[in-house]
Design a protein around this ligand. Structure first.
Ligand SMILES: [Zn+2]
Length: 250
């Protein structure tokens, strides 16, 4: 097989392989995105649950502090009732007032903490419903990937074998150039030569439109054993039958 012919065959199969692979990759990427977002949500949920736990512990501490204070208040009330001197009475009263003020301070704090717990709980509920939705999307994405794999997996395998065979027909050096360009240009490693003006012998690269010297066309007309590349985009150039035909007729 002539070099150009085998390169064009390779280019055609390569494009099909890339097309199928990109379908698989985008299904995989979509699944990855869903999985990552679900992970983020679960982490947020964990953080909120930890916050709630700490807050609840603080509230429990305050509750027990207040219970201790209540006991002390009871005791002081008894002492107040049984005080015999004015001095004793006023000392107990002072302590009672101080401790009551203390208690009310703790109670105010606790009210604030309970409100915070409520708002954290609301956030937890919201996150949980987001997790539920996101899980459904993740599961759907996994099903879609499986479907995609079973739908095109076999065809992709066949095409990959075909691509290997086509690559075997291309000399090593040309194959290296092709592979590099195909990666750069997402499969478009080759460019046809475009006839701009037959009369003025003006030709251009079909991919990047740069004008090409007529020599390039002549070289390709003669049949080549190495690749001829566009001076601007460096793609491998080839002549389409109609352009070649017009030149032959001449
Ligand atoms: Zn070009």
């Amino acid at each position: 097989m002539e070099l150009m012919e085998s390169l064009l065959k390779l280019s055609q199969v390569d494009a099909q392989v890339r097309g199928l692979r990109s379908r698989l990759q985008s299904a995989q990427r979509y699944l990855d995105t869903q999985t990552r977002q679900l992970g983020d949500l679960n982490q947020q949920l964990q953080e909120l649950q930890t916050r709630r736990k700490h807050m609840q512990a603080t509230i429990a501490n305050h509750e027990s502090e207040m219970a201790t204070i209540d006991e002390r208040i009871e005791k002081l009330r008894d002492e107040l009732n049984s005080s015999v001197t004015n001095k004793q009475y006023s000392a107990v009263l002072t302590e009672l007032n101080t401790i009551k003020a203390n208690r009310s301070e703790i109670e105010t704090q606790e009210i604030g903490e309970l409100e915070l717990v409520e708002s954290v709980e609301a956030e937890i509920k919201t996150i949980q419903s987001h997790i539920e939705e996101r899980s459904k999307m993740r599961d759907l994405a996994a099903v879609q990937l499986k479907e995609c794999e079973s739908e095109i997996g076999q065809r992709l395998g066949e095409l990959e074998t075909e691509r290997e065979q086509a690559a075997d027909d291309v000399p090593m050096k040309a194959l290296d150039i092709f592979d590099t360009l195909a990666d750069i240009y997402e499969g478009e490693a080759m460019a046809s030569i475009k006839e701009v003006s037959f009369r003025h012998r003006e030709y251009a690269c079909g991919a990047c439109n740069i004008q090409l010297p007529f020599e390039t066309v002549s070289v390709l007309m003669g049949g080549v054993s190495t690749v001829v590349r566009c001076t601007a985009c460096t793609r491998i150039l080839y002549l389409q039958d109609e352009v070649r035909g017009a030149l032959v007729k001449k």
